[in-house]
Design a protein around this ligand. Structure first.
Ligand SMILES: Cc1ncc(COP(=O)(O)O)c(C=O)c1O
Length: 428
């Protein structure tokens, strides 16, 4: 660290300079990570966040404003997702899932004398792996069918006396499909198990889409659900919901200790200090958009996604993966190297995500993509034709990624990923 502080202007200039190489999300060049609802919404959440930048959601007594915001956001969530009784705000999908898994673990300990197994489709988000690892739970992954939805026969076969919870995604990150939630929930209900729906990505799209699919508490047997406010809820980063059908289950999420010299300590979620800005911004955007705003944005997103999906399906050499009809699009190469296509798109400034097993490319469509569809499709058509005609293969990144996708020694791949993370903070 340098000895003397710099001027504000110098710091501002350095901030602006630092972001010059970042993904251009505002103009729809990136297909995940950012859910931009337009300049006015951005201005609104920026103002709300900044207004509560120092307030701490750890103490609701000190900040009744935050208590009110959080209560209202949770109440709205309970209503939007069809009748949960309670929930908590967390910092994101990973924490919401961690909390649902903790509640399941402690419920099993308290109410049914144990059990540690949670069954998830292999497409479920890695947050479940992280939670299971952290909480000492056993995660059993079942395959998905050719439609990329959880295989129900395999799920049923995996249930044993140690099982405590079944999980489905609505929708899944890799392929954007909604698992058969009614079937999973009824399987859970008939066996006295919990059923969690991971609607972190899709919740706020499915809830406001014109064409409803069953995925939330309206489905009997769903006991908890996670839905990210900082994705299609259009809030600022650091905001998600975990909701419960019954208060008695949420009780197992909480943590309290009574013998600390610092006083009695109770906290509902994983974090201690919680950013007031994230809570205030989530509340503000819901006030600003209302149901109408969410319906309008959802229509816009789904129209863009359909336009892109139709365009991709028509490109010779590309094939859509799965039958998703919402805002995630996954495709692969038909006789060509799809990572070579992705590599060339990247050079043109488009940022897509890669899939493995099978290899593919994934796009999360947001409101920022309105009006960008044709520019993207034109580039996609051009680079795909080049890759197809010249039989090109992916170079550096793509080759490594491709190798990761097919490498037989998964432990070695895991080590590689950990090494990559380790190197990230000391590259200088
Ligand atoms: C389906 C799903 N679940 C959970 C998460 C984790 O959310 P977060 O990155 O906010 O922790 C994501 C993130 O993309 C997701 O797509």
């Amino acid at each position: 660290m340098q000895q003397h502080g710099k001027s504000r202007d110098e710091v501002f200039a350095a901030l602006a300079q630092a972001r010059s190489g970042d993904a251009d999300w505002k103009h729809g060049r990136t297909f995940s990570l950012v859910y931009f609802a337009g300049d006015e919404s951005l201005e609104l959440i920026r103002h709300a966040y900044a207004s509560f930048i120092h307030e701490n959601g750890l103490s609701m007594d000190a900040f009744p404003s935050l208590r009110q915001f959080e209560r209202e956001v949770i109440k709205n969530g309970c209503e939007i997702f069809g009748g949960a009784s309670c929930g908590s705000m967390t910092s994101g999908g990973t924490e919401s899932i961690l909390m649902a898994m903790k509640a399941a673990r402690d419920w099993a300990r308290a109410e049914r004398g144990g059990g540690q197994t949670v069954i998830v489709p292999c497409t479920a988000h890695p947050a479940f792996d992280k939670a299971a690892h952290t909480l000492g739970l056993r995660l059993v992954k079942v395959p998905v069918g050719s439609d990329f939805r959880a295989d129900l026969v395999a799920t049923e076969a995996a249930i044993d006396s140690d099982t405590i919870m079944l999980v489905g995604s609505a929708f899944s990150f890799p392929h954007g499909v909604v698992d058969a939630i009614p079937a999973l929930a009824s399987m859970a209900l008939s066996r006295g198990l919990l059923c969690h729906v991971d609607a972190c990505l899709g919740g706020f799209v499915l809830a406001f889409a014109d064409d409803p699919v069953p995925f939330d508490f309206r489905v009997p047997g769903v006991t908890s659900l996670s839905a990210d406010l900082h994705k299609y809820g259009y809030a600022a980063k650091g905001a998600s919901l975990v909701l419960y059908r019954d208060r008695s289950l949420r009780r197992h999420q909480f943590f309290a200790t009574i013998d600390w010299p610092g006083g009695l300590y109770g906290s509902p979620t994983m974090a201690g200090t919680r950013p007031g800005g994230a809570i205030a911004a989530a509340w503000a955007i819901q006030q600003y958009l209302g149901r109408d705003g969410y319906v309008r944005l959802t229509r816009q997103v789904l129209a863009s996604a359909q336009c892109l999906r139709d365009g991709i399906a028509a490109v010779p050499g590309l094939r859509l993966l799965g039958d998703a009809r919402h805002s995630v699009i996954a495709f692969t190469g038909d006789g060509l190297d799809v990572f070579a296509v992705d590599e060339r798109l990247r050079r043109l400034g488009w940022h897509l995500d890669r899939l493995q097993a099978p290899s593919g490319v994934q796009m999360i469509v947001s409101a920022a993509h309105r009006g960008v569809e044709e520019a993207f499709l034109a580039d996609l058509r051009a680079v795909t034709a080049e890759v197809r005609e010249k039989g090109l293969a992916a170079e550096a990144d793509g080759a490594i990624y491709g190798a990761l996708a097919t490498m037989p020694d998964r432990e070695l791949v895991g080590e590689l990923v950990l090494g990559w993370l380790d190197g990230h903070d000391n590259e200088g």
